[in-house]
Design a protein around this ligand. Structure first.
Ligand code: TYM
Length: 328
């Protein structure tokens, strides 16, 4: 299967990104043709600092590598280095109803959050995302729950394109979403009713590169619920349930087993143990970050190779798209 997914270089990459997306990618690359992108054009739709963009891109690449994405198996590249993404996005804009874009949850949330910066890019964001996916004739897209609606729109646009320009034959496959059973929506540590998000207060998320002291501090002060039993119940105990999911995914123990282990022990002891689990799990991330930061040319080479491989596929697709749409 051809797989495509991406992460925006905005803010710090966190446990939600890892458990919802990155962790799945590592397994998928074993048996599939995987393309993993750092989607820098998407990151420009909200306020950002141009001086920090390249640093953020490098940090995402290092996170991919540290998580176990293998550049010999998967294509890794930066979106803006393959211009066909923008070309296809423009063409798909011409078949995308505005109404579809206006009803997107992420657009509604972000236009509330950035009231002074509701730019056209924010509205058209899912069209660029559809272009990312369709450019590679992708069959499946592994993401967290928050991107499901965008992948659904991608299917709609693929169908529309095929109907209009391909005699109803399947030119673009309609890609499926792949989501983990648990972890598709990791919640904020400070408000477990909201998803963990890069653009929120750093206390609300654990970055993959956080120092051990910072991890302990954030977990010990994570919002928990009334009562003291460590029990999974999303409606009554959203805070503890979120921490249980993280514990379970990082240790591969079942939630039931963790509940049994902490029966009668209270939140404090559970959180202390979770902090240690997270610190140990993320130790290689911190180490590899230091290592890769000294290997500038190696990291650059990975992106150059990835970009060349991505471009071959993207150029072939665009040649066909232009012909189908009556362009030369
Ligand atoms: P981004 O950068 O916000 O997030 C990257 C990935 O992390 C997942 N994710 C989460 N999963 C679980 N719990 C959370 N709290 C959480 N927060 C984020 C996201 O679902 C995503 O998989 N639009 C995309 C980037 C993108 C893309 C694409 C993805 C652009 N083009 C094409 C796939 C295919 C985004 O903003 O992801």
């Amino acid at each position: 299967m051809r797989i495509f997914s991406g992460i925006q270089p905005s803010g710090a990459i966190h446990l939600g990104n890892y458990l919802g997306a990155l962790k799945q990618w590592v397994n998928l690359q074993e048996k599939n043709e995987c393309i993993f992108c750092i989607v820098d054009w998407h990151a420009l739709t909200v306020p950002y600092n141009p001086q920090e963009l390249q640093k953020s891109i490098s940090e995402k690449l290092i996170a991919y590598l540290a998580a176990g994405i293998d550049p010999n198996k998967s294509i890794i590249f930066v979106q803006s280095q393959v211009k066909e993404h923008a070309e296809l996005a423009w063409l798909l804009n011409t078949i995308c109803p505005i109404g579809e874009l206006e009803r997107m949850t992420q657009y509604k949330d972000k236009s509330k959050k950035y009231k002074d910066n509701i730019n056209a890019g924010l509205l058209n964001y899912p069209v660029l995302m559809a272009a990312d996916i369709l450019l590679y004739k992708t069959q499946a897209v592994p993401t967290g729950k928050d991107q499901e609606q965008h992948v659904e729109l991608t299917r709609t646009l693929a169908r529309k394109f095929n109907q209009k320009f391909s005699n109803k034959e399947e030119f673009f496959p309609e890609p499926d979403s792949i989501m983990p059973e648990y972890g598709a929506k990791i919640m904020s540590l400070t408000d477990p009713k909201k998803k963990m998000s890069k653009s929120d207060d750093p206390k609300s998320y654990i970055s993959l590169f956080d120092a051990p002291e910072s991890i302990t501090k954030k977990i010990m002060s994570a919002e928990t619920d009334s009562g003291k039993d460590v029990i999974y119940n999303v409606t009554k105990k959203p805070g503890i349930s979120n921490l249980l999911v993280i514990y379970s995914l990082l240790t591969e123990k079942s939630i039931k087993d963790i509940e049994t282990e902490f029966r009668g022990k209270g939140y404090g002891e559970f959180k202390k143990s979770l902090a240690q689990v997270v610190i140990n799990y993320l130790e290689p991330f911190r180490r590899k970050k230091k290592e890769f930061e000294t290997k500038d040319s190696y990291v650059k080479e990975i992106l150059e190779k990835g970009q060349a491989r991505a471009r071959v596929i993207a150029e072939a697709t665009m040649k066909e798209v232009r012909e189908k749409m009556g362009l030369i």
